[in-house]
Structures are given as structure tokens and as C-alpha cells.
Design a protein around this ligand. Structure first.
Ligand code: CTP
Length: 401
């Protein structure tokens, strides 16, 4: 993920999520950006300017009327300095003021004075987000080309559940990196992603499943959307919120996943098989609960259809990316899958080590294609997802797809 050469003006407005700005400043700097922070009066009730000053290594500005600050880098100069303006968190009040062109404090004035692309990451109570006034303000901002990152969905500080959470710092950096230099790398590209495990029923109460959490596939869906793609996500049984802007279809079994993928496939430009699809399914599903009788029992299993290989064998076909989870001889097995299944690229991870794999939030991927290879991470699954999508976009362009 790269924000080298970017000068990010980070606006922080008042809301409990303002505490996340500290992590965000760190992440922006890790990605190579220079960061200057501007806070609203409200933001200072939640996080101190000193914290953000220390992390950004630049003075924090909070007032239009600060004579000494104006003597150093005046507000117009600051507006010109920025190559990107990111406001995170953006409160309902700030969104309203931006939508209506107010210039009554430093941050809103800077937004008016800057020609840099503006992105906002809303964070507020879910009722406030759903209110028609907020939705109208967001629609107005979008119609002017403002990027809106999130909000995410889930538990809120106020005890309610729903959309309104600030995206995580890594997601915001990924979203910003995906739209640098004013264009989204995957704009107009349709991406179909599978994620999570599949559950293969034995009888009405038992099934064969696996430990896939779906986090990698969901991170890919969020990153692809942030990079401008139109994303369809076919998800096995997982407990994850749908990333903003993603079209999601839930399935349970490998057979249902195959059917959903085939139905969604026409017109897709990229297919990413991140799901841990069951290789075998019970040959027969009992319609009543199986009672225990003998001392041991065997369940006859039949091979499932390989969805990835089926997609890769279609003509015309999208750019096809597979995943491989290996415990040993990673390159050998990954390259074998690349060739055997006719893939354009394969991302392999080592399972069985603490930082990588199924339930972890962190990941390292070894990526292979016919005449190349590279390593992504170790980093958060979100950051690795963004790097993988940049690589896919690059490889796809080179393949002339
Ligand atoms: N895959 C699929 N359909 C299946 C099985 C797997 O699309 N029925 C896809 C997965 O989404 C993943 C890749 O194939 O992208 C994983 O390959 P797979 O052959 O399932 O790996 P393993 O089962 O781990 O391989 P093996 O047992 O051959 O080592």
C-alpha cells in the first residue's frame, strides 16, 4: 500500500471515534504519506492535539484565528499544501456544514480553499446516519465527487448496532491508497469474490465444515470496492458484516456456491476464489437425524465440483485468481494448482503458524503466476488484500485483459 509523495491533510471532527485518529495518523505515515492534522473544537473533547502532533510530527491546527500559526503556515498555504484531504471521523454536523459550503471554522474553510480530492469517513449513531438530512447531505457531497469511505456496520459506542462505525485505520489507508492521483485503480471493473467456508450437511443437525473465517475474502471485497470496483461477494456461513457498497449473496454448501458463482459470472472481469470450498460432500443427506447404533460408522463422501477450475475453463473467462492454504512445500503445491486449474495467479499462505491463516487478522501471502512470484505482508488482512488487488490489477493489465 503506497501513499508515497502524498501530503494528507487529516481533518478530525468531534465524535467518540476521534480516538481512532491516532492509529490512522500512524498508518498514513507508515504508508509513506506526510500528515498534517486539523481538529474541530469538538474533536478536542475526545483526543488531545498533543497526541496527534506527536504522531504526525507536525503542529496540529485547530483555529482560524491563531496569529502565530497563520504566520508559520497560513490556512490558504495549508490548503495548497495538501494533495489529499481526508476527514475521519466526519460527524453528522461536519457533513452538513461541508454539504452547505460553510466556512466558519478552520477545517470547513480549508475544504473550501483546497482543490485536493476530498474523502470523508462518516462515524455517528446509526439513527443519525439513517436520518434523511444526513443521507441528503451525503448524496450532495457524493454528487460533487467527494469520496465516502464507509461507514462500517456493527456494535456502536452508544450501545446500538447498525451502520455508523468509523472504518478501521488500515481500511481507510487502503481506501485512500486505492484512489490516489484522482482515479480509482479498479474503476469500472467487476469483481466476483467467494469467501468463507462451506457447510456440507450430513443430516438435519450435523454438517462437515472447516475453520475458514471469511476475513480474507471480506477484506478483498472491501478493498476492491474502495479501489472503485463493482463487487459481488458469494459468502459461505460466516459472522461478518457486509462491506459498504458490496453486493452479497449468502450460500451454505459447495453446490450452492457453485450455482451462485455461475449465475453471477457473466460480465465479470476478475474472479477471486478465496472461499475454503469443501472438496468432499456426503454422498447422501439423511432427511431425518441419524441415530447412533453401531460402535462406529462411516459416511460416504463424494467429490464436489471444483468451482475455481470450472470458472477458469470457461470461454470467455475473467482473470482468475485462486487461493491455496498449505502446511508444507508451499511453492510446489501452489504452482501445481496454478497450472492444473488453469489460473492466472495464485495466492498461497502457510497455515499452522500463529500470525497467518484462518482466524488471524494478519496474513502473509506468497503469490505466484506463470513467470513470476512475490511476497505480500506480513500485514493486516485488509492491507494485504489491498496489495493483492493492486498486483491483480497490474498483472491483468499486462495480460491485456
Ligand atoms: N476451490 C473451489 N472449489 C472447490 C474446491 C476448491 O473453487 N470445490 C478453490 C478454492 O476457493 C481455492 C482453491 O480452489 O481458491 C483451493 O484449492 P484446493 O484444491 O481446494 O486446495 P486443497 O484442497 O487445499 O488442495 P489439495 O487437497 O489438492 O492439496
Amino acid at each position: 500500500m503506497c501513499l508515497r509523495d502524498e501530503r494528507v491533510l487529516l481533518g478530525v471532527s468531534g465524535g467518540i471515534a476521534a480516538y481512532k485518529a491516532a492509529e490512522l495518523v500512524r498508518r498514513l505515515r507508515d504508508a509513506g504519506a506526510q500528515v498534517r492534522v486539523v481538529m474541530t473544537e469538538g474533536a478536542k473533547h475526545f483526543i488531545t492535539p498533543l497526541t496527534l502532533q506527536a504522531l504526525s510530527a507536525n503542529p496540529v491546527r485547530d483555529s482560524l484565528w491563531d496569529a502565530s500559526a497563520e504566520a508559520a503556515m497560513g490556512h490558504i498555504e495549508l490548503a495548497r499544501w495538501a494533495t489529499r484531504v481526508l476527514i475521519a471521523p466526519a460527524s453528522a454536523d461536519l457533513l452538513a456544514r461541508l454539504a452547505h459550503g460553510h466556512g466558519d471554522d478552520l477545517l470547513s474553510t480549508l475544504v473550501l480553499a483546497s482543490t485536493a480530492p476530498l474523502a470523508v469517513a462518516p462515524a455517528m449513531n446509526q439513527q443519525m446516519w439513517a436520518h434523511p438530512a444526513t443521507q441528503a447531505n451525503i448524496a450532495l457531497l457524493r454528487s460533487r465527487g467527494v469520496q465516502v469511505f464507509g461507514p462500517g456496520s456493527g456494535d456502536q459506542a452508544c450501545g446500538e448496532v447498525g451502520p455508523g462505525r468509523l472504518l478501521e485505520a488500515a481500511e481507510l489507508v487502503a481506501a485512500l491508497a486505492g484512489t490516489v492521483r484522482g482515479h480509482a485503480v479498479l474503476a469500472g471493473v467487476r469483481v466476483l469474490i467467494t469467501a468463507g467456508p462451506t457447510f456440507e450437511d450430513i443430516d438435519p443437525v450435523r454438517f462437515i465444515g472447516n475453520r475458514s473465517s471469511g476475513k480474507m475474502g471480506f477484506a478483498l471485497a472491501a478493498a476492491a470496492t474502495a479501489m472503485g470496483a463493482e463487487v459481488t461477494l458469494v459468502a459461505g456461513p460466516v459472522a461478518l458484516a457486509t462491506p459498504a457498497g458490496v453486493l452479497r449473496q449468502d450460500v451454505r454448501s459447495a453446490a450452492q456456491m457453485l450455482a451462485a458463482v455461475m449465475a453471477a459470472l457473466p460480465g465479470q472481469h476478475i474472479y477471486i476464489g478465496a472461499a475454503a470450498v469443501a472438496d468432499y460432500t456426503p454422498a447422501q443427506v439423511a432427511d431425518k437425524k441419524i441415530k447412533k447404533t453401531a460402535a462406529d460408522m462411516a459416511v460416504a463422501l463424494a467429490r464436489t465440483t471444483d468451482i475455481l477450475a470450472t470458472v477458469a475453463a470457461r470461454s470467455p473467462r475473467p482473470f482468475v485468481v485462486g487461493f491455496a492454504a498449505e502446511t508444507h512445500d508451499l511453492e510446489h503445491y501452489a504452482r501445481d494448482k496454478l497450472q492444473r486449474k488453469g489460473l492466472d495467479l495464485i495466492a498461497a499462505n502457510q497455515v499452522g503458524c500463529a500470525e497467518s491463516g484462518f482466524e488471524a487478522d494478519c496474513n502473509t501471502l506468497q503469490v505466484f503466476w506463470a513467470d513470476g512470484a512475490c511476497t505480500l505482508g506480513p500485514d493486516s488482512k485488509v492491507a494485504v488484500a489491498q496489495q493483492l488487488l493492486s498486483l491483480i490489477a497490474q498483472r491483468r493489465a499486462q495480460a491485456g485483459a
